[in-house]
Design a protein around this ligand. Structure first.
Ligand code: PAF
Length: 278
């Protein structure tokens, strides 16, 4: 496994592999890796010959009062995990490498970026699509892999790739969970012991919604109201609890197969998101 910090070095190493006819994959991450990230690396491993993982805490996707400074980082541990996961190349750039001082260009996917998480994090997805577009242009992978926990992010990236005629194929990996159902996230480390104990209510409620749907319930209002009440009873502050069309992310009132139920909930200072497809 090689670790490099510059765009020139990534291009040189990837080009060498591409010239040999190898299929190239990219797994973009912000580091502080967990089993969720490693499952994406393993998808990339199975589907390609040369796996590139980026480790970069992208400042432009954090709001001014968000957790950029506190975002957990542990490069040595990340590199060790990636070595075990048979990664070929790690790209760990500096801010200056990714955003030169006179950087003025952003990539914005309208509509899809303004709903759900986009309401409380207005510039978040613009930061995500800008950095992902940069990484795609640097690595020029055949495939790129993203997690389904960040469902909205995956939908937006797929739309960006389609709209901008990028050649890359976007794959997604299932949400990986702790034993008690909590979706793995680097931000789970912020939870106090009490909040951590209550946080699995998100997944419990998503599963409950799925069961109600299987039993014939079709009213999204009825399902979502009960979900919200139970989550609030465990100390969660709801940002949103919605049923949406999985492609347009527009709200639906009648549940059907394929509807996405998505949650964003604050436990103390920690914002958790999770979702389930009916
Ligand atoms: O999902 C993430 O960790 C980030 O949003 C991503 C895709 C690596 C872009 O910084």
């Amino acid at each position: 496994m090689r670790t490099v910090n510059t765009i020139t070095a990534v291009r040189r190493l990837v080009e060498f592999q591409r010239d040999k006819g190898k299929v190239i994959s990219l797994v973009p991450t912000m580091g502080y890796l967990h089993q969720g990230h490693l499952s994406l690396v393993s998808i990339a491993r199975r589907r390609s010959d040369y796996v590139v993982v980026s480790l970069y805490v992208n400042p432009t996707q954090f709001g001014p009062h968000e957790d950029l400074a506190q975002y957990p980082r542990d490069l040595d541990r990340d590199l060790e995990l990636l070595r075990h996961a048979e990664t070929d190349l790690v790209f760990h750039p500096s801010d200056h490498e990714m955003y030169p001082l006179d950087h003025h260009t952003v990539v914005r996917v309208t509509m899809l970026s303004q709903v759900l998480c986009g309401r409380s994090r207005p510039h978040h997805f613009e930061g995500v699509t800008t950095i992902v577009m940069k990484l795609l242009n640097i690595v020029e992978p055949d495939i790129a892999v993203f997690g389904e926990k960040d469902f909205q992010q995956a939908v937006i990236i797929k739309r960006m790739v389609r709209d901008l005629h990028c050649r890359v194929k976007i794959l997604t990996g299932k949400t990986i969970r702790e034993k008690d159902g909590l979706a793995m996230s680097s931000r789970n480390t912020y939870l106090s012991p009490g909040e951590r104990k209550n946080a699995p209510i998100l997944y419990q409620m998503l599963q409950w919604a799925k069961k109600r749907f299987a039993a014939g319930m079709r009213s999204s209002d009825r399902v979502l109201t009960t979900m919200a009440k139970k989550i609030q009873a465990k100390g969660g502050l709801i940002d949103y609890a919605v049923a949406v069309d999985p492609d347009t992310l527009q709200r639906v009132t009648i549940l059907k197969k394929g509807t996405l139920i998505a949650l964003a909930v604050n436990f103390g200072k920690t914002r958790l998101i999770d979702n389930i497809t009916l």
